[in-house]
Design a protein around this ligand. Structure first.
Ligand code: SAH
Length: 260
């Protein structure tokens, strides 16, 4: 048996063991094939599904957003890439790319895609800027802003929505968005001043702390008006002690609430 030393792995002991080893290996083969097949079809299905939603998103951008005059490339790119269907409750997934707001629970809504795009374009986000959002809701508007390369700070008054949005944003790769649970009336002083502020709930007047936390030359977009009627979307521009306001369009948002 001296020769065996030239053939590693074929010692007498190994030869004896061989039949026992071969049997499980053969049995393993169909399982491995089935597993690979499952993996392959699973992946193919996931890819097909992603493609269906990507097509729905491209159609949404073409027919609801570009066609209504939104042209900022960063905004359009963001709207084309954020998976809106992952920001709505499961029952609303088939409607995620429809031309309307959708309920997200707790009596709140995710805004219509066009309004999200409009509010993004109007504040002119640029990489490296800091933007404050009041009314995180699902986290969709925050993700759209983040896609344009800005740092996003967002406040939500309903703790459950804040928690869910924070988890969702992290899961979808928007972990840099900072979410705070609280009354957005007071802004978020720690990260002020902001290049822009986006308010996604209808206020009866512009909360003064938000104006203070807006940078000189900064822009705020906010729906102003009575909570249960049509409101006016306003653009507020701060120039030193002067504040310019411009009415943009009639809108309907959920009310800006105050902490009790
Ligand atoms: N931007 C959201 C839309 C949210 S709807 C999205 O993309 O999904 C408006 C949200 O503002 C609601 O979730 C509501 O709870 C929240 N909100 C109302 N008043 C608020 C306040 N004072 N501070 C922070 N959030 C407020």
């Amino acid at each position: 048996m001296k020769d065996s030393s030239f053939m590693p792995g074929t010692s007498a002991a190994n030869i004896e063991n061989r039949p026992q080893r071969v049997l499980p290996k053969i049995l393993f083969l169909p399982f491995a094939l089935a597993f690979l097949l499952l993996l392959f079809t699973g992946n193919a299905l996931a890819e097909e599904e992603a493609l269906i939603y990507k097509n729905a998103r491209d159609r949404m951008v073409r027919t609801q957003i570009k066609s209504r005059g939104i042209s900022d490339p960063a905004t359009l790119r963001a709207m084309e890439s954020v998976p809106r269907h992952l920001f709505v409750p499961e029952t609303s997934v088939p409607d995620a790319y429809d031309d309307r707001p959708l309920p997200i629970g707790y009596g709140q809504t995710i805004s219509q895609p066009y309004i999200v795009a409009y509010m993004t374009e109007i504040v002119q986000p640029k990489p490296q800027q800091r933007i404050l959002e009041i009314g995180t809701g699902s986290g969709y508007q925050a993700a759209i802003l983040a896609e344009t390369g800005v740092s996003v700070y967002t406040i939500e008054i309903i703790p459950e929505l804040a928690k869910n949005a924070s988890e969702r944003l992290r899961r979808l790769g928007y972990g840099r968005v900072q979410v705070k649970s609280g009354d957005g009336y007071f802004g978020w002083e720690k990260h002020a001043p902001y290049d822009a502020i986006v308010v996604t709930a209808a206020a009866e007047y512009i909360p003064p702390p938000l104006l203070v936390q807006l940078k000189d030359g900064g822009r705020m977009v906010i729906p102003v008006g009575s909570p249960f009627f049509v409101q006016t979307l306003m653009l507020v521009e701060k120039h030193g002690k002067e504040t310019g306001t411009r009415s943009l369009m009639p809108v309907r948002f959920v009310p800006f609430r105050r902490a009790e």
